[in-house]
Design a protein around this ligand. Structure first.
Ligand code: 4NP
Length: 150
């Protein structure tokens, strides 16, 4: 299974989601491949935001080797599951889908943990204190995701 985590910049939320899920998948010996991308182009080639690197580090996770890239049409063909961090990412991804089969691959990551399909992972870019909360939300969602698809 190939899973792609998607946010806006690919420097704050989706790199954390990628790192968290990669570690869980490795620990459970699952043959899943995880990547991340951003719908926007501003940060292509950059390392994750230092605040995401720091927060991951607080949990013993090193995400510093990741580099940002932009989401594209081909990703809807290459991946089995495409997980948007929020409603805006979700809409931007769906706009590029070229068939119902591609559209069906797209979900919001908090669909796995929230009762309604309304959960957004808040963008912490403008909120230094938001990163740990984002980490916790993603950690729970990744546990639920593994339970749902293993
Ligand atoms: P992310 O956060 O989508 O979680 O990576 C953001 C990073 C950068 C920007 C917005 C959100 N930006 O506008 O540059």
């Amino acid at each position: 299974m190939r899973i792609l985590m998607v946010c806006l910049g690919n420097i704050c939320r989706s790199p954390l989601a990628q790192g968290i899920l990669e570690r869980k998948v490795a620990a459970q010996g699952l043959d899943w491949e995880i990547e991340s991308a951003g719908t926007g182009s501003w940060h292509i080639g950059e390392q994750p935001d230092p605040r995401s690197v720091y927060t991951a580090g607080q949990h013993g996770l090193d995400i510093s080797a990741q580099r940002a890239r932009q989401f594209g049409r081909q990703d809807l063909k290459d991946f089995d599951l495409i997980l948007a961090m929020d409603q805006s990412n979700y809409r931007d991804i769906l706009r590029l889908a070229q068939s119902p089969a591609e559209a069906k691959k797209v979900k919001k990551i908090l669909d796995y943990t929230s009762d309604e399909n309304g959960g957004d992972v808040p963008d912490p870019y403008w909120d230094d204190d938001g990163f740990e909360k984002v980490y916790q939300m993603l950690d729970q969602a990744c546990d639920a995701l593994i339970e749902a698809h293993r």
